[in-house]
Write a protein of this length. Structure first.
Length: 148
């Protein structure tokens, strides 16, 4: 189990960085008015310059990838219910995502913004969970049909 956690965490590093950069590209396309913004201006101001902000954001995106990747082992805990697996994975991922988003200023520093960001995070989590669940159920159905 330790090897799986370490391997998945290691694979999570480039995955987290890649997803982080894809998000900056997408947000720049939507909000950038033709310009690429590697991180939010508030973070650049806080860090003193753009390169420091980008380095910090890259490190924290890698951390998010490590936690999401290594945390995925909860889905293999066969003696746990799907509700327990989901709850624990959600807590693990939330405990890294929310402070990171706050620190990197991906949200305004208000209670309303925090709750809005959390709500969006929950909706995305549910959407991904449902997609995975339905895909797995489809695979199980196919396997059962082959067994008949």
């Amino acid at each position: 189990m330790k090897k799986k956690i370490i391997l998945r965490g290691t694979i999570g590093i480039p995955t987290g960085i890649t997803i982080g950069y894809l998000i900056t590209i997408f947000s720049s396309l939507v909000l950038g008015k033709g310009y690429y913004s590697p991180c939010v201006p508030e973070l650049v101001s806080k860090m003193g310059n753009e390169i420091n902000a980008v380095i910090l954001q890259t490190i924290l995106c890698a951390l998010i990838g490590v936690v999401f990747g290594s945390g995925s082992v909860v889905w293999e805990m066969e003696h746990w219910s799907i509700a327990k697996q989901t709850g624990i994975y959600f807590l693990i991922s939330s405990f890294v995502m929310m402070p990171t988003a706050w620190f990197l200023r991906w949200m305004e520093h208000t209670v309303t913004s925090f709750l809005s960001y959390l709500g969006i995070y929950v909706m995305i989590f549910i959407l991904i969970w449902l997609t995975q669940y339905l895909s797995n159920m489809h695979d199980v159905k196919k396997i059962n049909e082959k067994l008949k």
